[in-house]
Design a protein around this ligand. Structure first.
Ligand SMILES: Cc1cc2nc3c(=O)[nH]c(=O)nc-3n(C[C@H](O)[C@H](O)[C@H](O)COP(=O)(O)OP(=O)(O)OC[C@H]3O[C@@H](n4cnc5c(N)ncnc54)[C@H](O)[C@@H]3O)c2cc1C
Length: 296
């Protein structure tokens, strides 16, 4: 098997929003439809060598908790989208940024159904994967179908809403991690929201959210009546600093790394500290929303 397209010993610090210093032993970028065929080849190799594969879009939901990743990182760079004004069907490759699409839909096509997604980081792929949520608007609402590669059967299939099984910040993709999402389609004919909101989301993103390197809300809310931010505040960890890492003073559930190329151990220290203190005070487990990648 000739896998000379795999790059060796690549610096992937910039591929996670936390910007912790990190390398991977093997790296591949998907830049064309043909490159998707290579996933099968890479997966065969990975199976033989007992290597794991990590897929990345823009890395805002990933924290690299390693110095060197011994396995294979595959970054999906496929970007192209189209919107049909007559049918109101939007089709996109999954690395496109959902915020850019929402902006263009509004300015170029007068389609403002996704106004609340302006400013939402990052890929439209993840918005489906994690059923992204902004002030009552969820990706699920207008989702039509996804073209995916099933990593068990190696077949490409089209999955509709029923098969995707969306729930709060979740889908079958996130639940099973067995699909590579290639393309997504939305039907933007009808407003489908959980509740309506006239919040100024652009101002919210600009002025009310911390701007540092973070993964957005770090923990899931542990209970309906207890948000993760409130729990962290109540155990006095809001703006608690550990070297150059801290929980933001603007939003306690935003874990921040204020220095590029910083080590991941400081972030893990703060995560564990918050978990221990919240468990002690409230008797609940904090579970991370951000996916922490270890080298194990
Ligand atoms: C400042 C900030 C504010 C945020 N606010 C919100 C908010 O209001 N509402 C909300 O819902 N979310 C919010 N988030 C979370 C945000 O939506 C996600 O971090 C983001 O969408 C992840 O996109 P990404 O392209 O960076 O995905 P990545 O982090 O690159 O990947 C995420 C996951 O997808 C997997 N993956 C990558 N490629 C593929 C593929 N082709 N097929 C299948 N799986 C794949 C990865 O392995 C990983 O597990 C916020 C995040 C930040 C940083």
């Amino acid at each position: 098997m000739n896998l000379n397209y795999l790059k060796k010993d690549v610096d992937i610090t910039e591929l996670s929003n936390f910007k912790t210093k990190a390398f991977t032993k093997l790296y591949f970028e998907i830049r064309s439809r043909q490159d998707i065929d290579k996933i099968y080849e890479i997966a065969l190799y990975a199976k033989k060598e007992k290597l794991k594969i990590l897929f990345i879009w823009w890395g805002t939901n990933l924290l690299f908790a390693f110095d060197i990743y011994d396995w294979i990182v595959i970054k999906n760079c496929l970007q192209w989208w189209t919107y049909d004004k007559n049918t109101k069907i939007l089709e996109s490759q999954t690395s496109e940024k959902i915020s850019d699409i929402a902006k263009k839909l509004e300015y170029d096509y007068g389609q403002d159904l996704w106004h609340r997604f302006i400013g939402l980081p990052w890929s439209i792929g993840w918005a489906v994967f994690g059923n992204a949520w902004c002030f009552g608007l969820e990706t699920e609402g207008n989702f039509k179908e996804a073209e995916v590669l099933d990593m068990y059967t190696w077949k490409i299939e089209v999955m509709d809403k029923e098969k995707v099984k969306f729930s709060y910040r979740n889908s079958i993709f996130k639940e099973t991690n067995k699909y590579f999402i290639i393309n997504v389609k939305f039907d933007l004919n009808e407003k489908n929201e959980k509740y309506s909101s006239d919040v100024d989301n652009i101002d919210f993103r600009e002025n009310k959210q911390p701007k540092w390197n973070s993964g957005g809300s770090f923990f899931k809310n542990p209970a309906k009546e207890l948000s993760a931010g409130k729990a962290i505040e109540d155990v006095w960890l809001k703006w608690y600093r550990h070297n150059d890492t801290f929980f933001s003073e603007k939003h306690a559930n935003f874990l921040i790394n204020s220095k590029e190329n910083w080590n991941w151990q400081d972030l893990i220290y703060l995560i564990d500290l918050a978990k221990t203190k919240v468990k002690h005070k409230f008797g609940v487990e904090l579970e991370s929303e951000v996916r922490i990648i270890y080298n194990t």
